[in-house]
Write a protein that binds this ligand. Sequence first.
Ligand code: SF4
Length: 359
Amino acid sequence: MNATTDVFPLIQRPKPIRVPDVMEESLDERERAALIRRIKRLLVEQDAKLVAHYYTAQELQELADATGGYVSDSLDMAQFGHDCPNSTLVVAGVRFMGETAKILNPEKRVLMPEMEATCSLDLGCPADMFNAFCDQHPAHTVVVYANTSAAVKARADWVVTSGIALDIVRYLDQRGEKILWAPDRHLGSYIQRETGADMLLWDGACVVHDAFKAEALSQMRVEHPDAMVLVHPESPAEVIAQADTVGSTTALIKAARELPARKFIVATDRGIFHKMQQAAPGKIFMEAPTGGKGATCVSCAHCPWMAMNSLRKLAQVLETGDNEILIDEAVRAQAVKPIQRLLNFAKQRNQVVLGNNDA
Ligand code: SF4
C-alpha cells in the first residue's frame, strides 16, 4: 500500500492560541441550592432543556440529568436537541457544540452559558486558512472532525466524530479517495495508522489531550500494574500505543464499565470521571500524567473552556436570553450537508451515532 500521512506544513499558521487558566466556580451550599432551584424554574418557564458535555462540571451534568436534559458528546447533544420537543436548548459545552446544535435544529433557540468557551481545535483552524488549504488540494475529499466551526464544516465533504471516523475513512479509502483531514493531527494520524488511508493532515491539537506524557504514563503503569489504560485518540501516538482501549468519550465510559480491571488510568478530560463513576461504581479512576502546572501542561487534564460553564452563567442566560447562537443561513445550509452524510452513513451501517461520538 502506498498510503501516506503528511502533516501539512502550513504556509500561513493560525495565530498562537491563548489558553485561559482553568477557573472553576466556587459556591457555598446555600448559593448552589438557590441557583439550582432558580435554574429548574427557568428551564420550565423558558420551555428549555439543558444539554451538557461530559467534560463540564459535575453539578451541570447532574442538573441536566435531573431536569430531563442530556449529558453526552457533541453530536449526540445536538441529536438529543432535535428529538426533544422543547423550543430552547441550553448547551453547556464549547462554541462548536452550540453551533452544531443550531445547524441541526435551526428552528430552535440555542443558548450557551458562555460565548467565549471555545476549543483549541476550532481556534487552530480558521475558515479562511482552511479554505486556502482545501483550494490547494482540490482532488482530496475533505473530512473534518466535529470540533470545527460552522464555516469549516460548510467547506467539508464529511463531518466525522471519533466514534465513526475509522469506518468512514476506511469506506472512503476503499473508494480510492485521498483525504484531507482537519483539524486534529493526533486523531488524523491514529486513523491513518489504523486504516492505511492516504491522508493529508491539518496541524491542530487539543490542548488537553496533547499534554499527556508517554514516559510518565509508562512509569505510572509500573506503579499500578493492575490498572488498565483508557485513551482518547486526540492524544499523542506514544500515549495511544500504551492503551488497553482507545476510543471516543462514550467508548471509554463503556470500557470502564465492561473491562475486568478495578483501576484505570484515563487519558482524557477528568470531567468524564463523573459518568465513569456512575457507570462503574466502586472502580478507581486516575488521571493520566501531564507535564504538570508550571511545566509544559497548560490544561492539566481539564479543558479551560469547558470549565467556563457555570451555574451562575446558566441562570443568567436563561433569565436574559443572551448568548444566543446565530448562524448565517447560507453557511448553515451548507454545513448541515456533511453532518447529514455522517448520519446517513451511520444509519445505513446500522450504527448508533447517538452516544458514540467525539470529544
Ligand atoms: S477538551 Fe480539547 S477538544 Fe475538547 S473542547 Fe477542550 S480543547 Fe477542544
